[in-house]
Design a protein around this ligand. Structure first.
Ligand code: HEM
Length: 416
């Protein structure tokens, strides 16, 4: 294999058979461009074990397997309740394992079955079509205001100057994030998800938790017309304090995903001028274009872990019960068995069934809001600056490290 190295033996699980050796996937080349290594795995093996954050985890890359696994209700997310079943079996290096407060791990994304549904229902009305329609003018105005302030004719970082503040503004409006915190929470999100170091992850966890407690106190004292206020008021109706804290932090983190989609979209379109011209000639195709962006540059290389409570058989590979699974939606969305010529960015493709918003019970709750923000962000930018150009070679754009997310660190662009 070219892009994928192997290292020492992973040991054994509670099953009798010894596990295959661990794959070393997470090197610098993978962070910059994960697709060659993922394609190689996809061709060769249905699942491979790697080390991540001190744990053994199995990476699954083929579209059909990923979709089947995401739809399987017997697959668990709740690693707090079931930790005895998985921690001992999969922990390989305790030194590398960051410890986050338990209160941050009780969100809907961390729970299964009826508890997951109960939590999801608590906030789902905030994502109704009428609420989203009401947000559109606000997002458009925010986009225009940000574009007004970007200097023309010189390289600017479009992530810092446009994608991030746009997503922060929209999310803060929906959730009711106080003004003073708007600068701060994207930093915690970055640290938690891209793991620059174990102490930095743990510090970000403590700060997020302290912030959530401040939000709860603030919204109790001064309730307003926003999601956080209703969430705090609802606490009496069944959400535990730890679930409220986790819901607040999940929404702050998950709700910044449009930063990724807008950044990757601008890079893909400016890197493929023919595709940008096609989009500009037919602005109605924006919705398909957003889907193609989410397929071509899937915001998650891998989704955060699930675990199995029964052995899984995938094309000759047996994953024993109690193992951690990383499903690679990034790899699945480029599986040639599902999408013809998957390395080609094609805004006319209509990639139905792509997994950019995941699939199954945990499919993105904010998918329509994410689509709206991404569409508006791209529409307003290219309507005003159709001749924008990259100030970096497309292949040299800098991506964040960290196994889960595929987000640009920065995107130098010249407008005007
Ligand atoms: C283009 C933008 C977005 C993308 C690509 C995206 C992607 C995803 C993905 C892949 C998941 C599944 C994670 C997993 O299964 O491990 C997810 C879950 C979630 N997302 Fe999004 N997201 C976006 C925008 C948003 C926004 C704007 C919000 C909220 C304001 C949001 C809230 C959520 C929530 C609450 C979940 C957890 C759902 C559950 O566990 O049932 N997302 N998102």
């Amino acid at each position: 294999m070219v892009g994928v190295d192997r290292e020492g033996c992973a040991g054994t699980t509670s099953a009798e058979a010894p596990l295959p050796e661990l794959f070393k996937l997470l090197n610098r080349a993978f962070m910059q461009d994960p697709y060659p290594a993922l394609a190689e795995l996809q061709r060769e093996r249905a699942a491979v074990p790697i080390e991540n954050g001190g744990f053994r985890m199995w990476v699954i890359t083929r579209y059909e397997d990923v979709r089947t696994i995401l739809a399987d209700p017997s697959l668990k997310r709740d690693l707090v309740k079931h930790r005895h079943a998985v921690v001992g079996q999969n922990l390989i290096d305790i030194e590398r394992r960051p410890k986050l407060p338990r209160e941050l791990r009780r969100s809907m994304l961390d729970q299964d079955g009826a508890d997951h549904l109960r939590l999801r229902r608590t906030v789902s009305r905030f994502f109704s079509p009428s609420r989203l329609a009401a947000l559109r003018p606000r997002i458009e105005a925010a986009a225009d205001g940000l574009l007004d302030r970007i200097p023309l004719g010189e390289p600017v970082d479009l992530v810092a100057r446009y994608a991030r503040p746009l997503a922060v503004d929209c999310l803060s409006q929906l959730l009711g994030v106080p003004q003073w915190a708007r600068e701060r929470f994207p930093g915690w999100e970055t640290a938690i998800l891209t793991a620059p170091s174990k102490p930095a992850v743990e510090q970000a966890g403590r700060e997020l938790m302290a912030f959530a407690l401040e939000v709860i106190a603030l919204k109790r004292a001064q309730p307003a017309e926003d999601l956080f206020s209703e969430l705090v008021a609802d606490t009496a109706d069944g959400l535990g304090q730890d679930e409220t804290i986790s819901m607040i932090t999940l929404l702050l983190i998950a709700g910044l995903e449009p930063v990724t989609a807008i950044g990757s979209g601008v890079l893909a379109l400016l890197g493929h001028p023919g595709q940008l011209a096609k989009l500009l000639a037919d602005p109605e195709s924006m919705s398909d274009c957003v889907d193609e962006i989410l397929r071509y540059e899937t915001p998650f290389r891998m989704l955060t872990p699930r675990y199995t409570d029964h052995p899984i058989e995938l094309d000759g590979v047996t994953i024993p019960a109690g193992e951690l699974l990383l499903v690679s939606t990034g790899a699945a969305n480029r599986d040639p068995a599902r999408f013809a010529d998957p390395e080609r960015f094609d805004v006319g493709r209509c990639p139905r069934g792509h997994l950019g918003f995941s699939h199954g019970a945990h499919r993105c709750l904010g998918a329509e809001l994410g689509r709206l923000e991404t569409s508006v962000g791209l529409e307003r930018l290219f309507a005003r600056f159709p001749h924008a150009r990259l100030a970096v070679e497309p292949g040299r754009a800098r991506w964040r490290t960290g196994i889960f997310m595929r987000r640009l660190e920065e995107l130098p662009v010249v407008l005007g």
